[in-house]
Design a protein around this ligand. Structure first.
Ligand code: HEM
Length: 383
């Protein structure tokens, strides 16, 4: 009897011990698996990044397992992926955000619609102008040159024009390089030359921006008074400015309706592109969008007003690119009409004097006043 009891007790004890061992074994396997990787995460089958020499590449960065979660926590990772902020004790609170997910939207929009539509716009204006030139030809002086000239722009006006025009051309080319250079110039020039060009372009862009701003302010001060719309502009617009038919010359003062529209695009676009450019030059110092959105919300928009510093920078970049592209497209048309498109126009900004018949055909009201004031000269003194 005693022996039977002892046997039973031994069996129970053994059973318990085996079960305990089994439980320990399972726990040990799970626990040791984690402990084993506490120093390093073994990473196999990882290739070096594209373009890196396999021999020289030291292998993937090895993270201590303690920095990785020990269990999957989809909620935490979803929040992090969507830009949730944690807390940091350092002054730079931007560091409290692990993933700035709005950056993906910014990149997709910049490399997608902005680049694509900008490219179509630029190609479109070139095609349109080429079609206009082939159908209409150069707009001539219908009465022929008179040989007498009138002063159209004085030295200060021409200085203001060429200050903004010269700087704008460099800003446009270097800006386009930032948007399209990697696709177009990099394969043509190779990495060394492209990188040298882009670095120089970046400095040129940053510093010439100030010359452009000064030029735009000067043009505003000099020409504001002559660019206020009036009823002559409606007649000019109704007749298409005489652009599409020979012998049609709607009256205009110093600036016709087309030029006034262009002037205001340059001023408003110039101020807008300058402000967003300054916000990019001094990131996190000029948060323009939250304030603008607050004002727009008064008029029924429903735009976010609690933007982070990085979102402000991303919006500034997109706005700067879009307004810059629109300005380039419009200015290509302006350059066309000021050079190839219209006989005698360039002189206005070249020498400052235009032919009397040119003035009578394109700016009859202004020409009459200028001739009254005795601004005309004979062909001999004109050039
Ligand atoms: C780079 C090539 C350019 C050329 C050849 C050129 C040519 C001209 C000419 C000939 C005029 C006088 C038109 C007239 O007498 O009625 C003019 C006026 C003007 N230009 Fe330019 N321009 C150029 C670039 C620019 C740029 C980049 C801007 C602005 C950033 C600009 C802004 C203006 C403005 C506001 C006027 C007065 C309004 C008007 O005439 O349309 N120009 N330009």
């Amino acid at each position: 009897m005693i022996l039977r009891r002892m046997g039973l007790a031994i069996m129970l004890g053994l059973n318990l011990a085996i079960n305990l061992l089994a439980v320990l074994a399972v726990l040990a396997t799970l626990g040791f698996a984690n402990l084993a990787s506490a120093d390093e995460i073994p990473v196999s089958n990882v290739r070096p990044p594209e373009g890196r020499d396999e021999q020289k590449w030291g292998g993937p960065a090895k993270l201590p397992a303690t920095v990785l979660p020990q269990r999957s926590d989809p909620k935490i990772w979803r929040d992090i992926r969507h830009g949730v902020f944690g807390t940091v004790s350092i002054p730079d609170k931007k560091a409290a955000q692990l993933v700035q997910s709005a950056g993906t939207d910014w990149q997709t929009f910049r490399n997608g619609p902005v680049s694509t539509w900008g490219g179509w716009g630029l190609a479109g204006i070139v095609v349109l102008l080429a079609l206009f030139l082939t159908t209409r030809g150069r707009i001539a002086i219908d009465a022929g040159p008179s040989g007498q000239t009138i002063e159209r722009f004085n030295a200060l006006e021409r200085f203001a024009h060429w200050l903004s025009a010269g700087s704008f051309v460099v800003l446009a080319l270097t800006g386009l390089n930032l948007l399209y250079g990697r696709q177009i110039l990099l394969p043509l020039l190779g990495p060394e030359a492209f990188s040298a060009l882009s670095v120089a372009g970046k400095y040129g862009h940053n510093y010439l921006a100030f010359a452009f701003m000064a030029g735009v302010v000067l043009m505003l001060v000099l020409w504001l008074g002559q660019n206020i719309p009036n009823k002559d502009d409606l007649i000019w617009l109704a007749k298409g400015g005489g652009m599409f038919a020979k012998g049609v010359h709607p009256p205009a003062r110093k600036f016709n309706a087309g030029q006034k529209i262009f002037f205001w695009i340059v001023i408003l676009g110039g101020v807008s592109v300058s402000l967003s450019g300054l916000a990019l030059l001094f990131p996190f110092k000029l948060p323009l969008f939250a304030v603008s959105f607050e004002v727009m919300n008064i008029f029924g928009f429903n735009l976010p007003t609690n933007l982070t510093g990085l979102e402000e920078v991303q919006l500034s970049q997109l706005w700067h690119a879009v307004v810059g592209l629109v300005l380039i497209i419009v200015i290509v048309a302006h350059i066309y009409i000021g050079t190839v498109g219209m006989v005698g126009a360039f002189d206005a900004m070249g020498t400052g004097r235009v032919d009397r018949n040119w003035a009578r055909e394109h700016h009859s009201l202004w020409a009459a006043e200028a001739l009254d004031e005795g601004k005309a000269s004979s062909g001999a003194d004109a050039d």
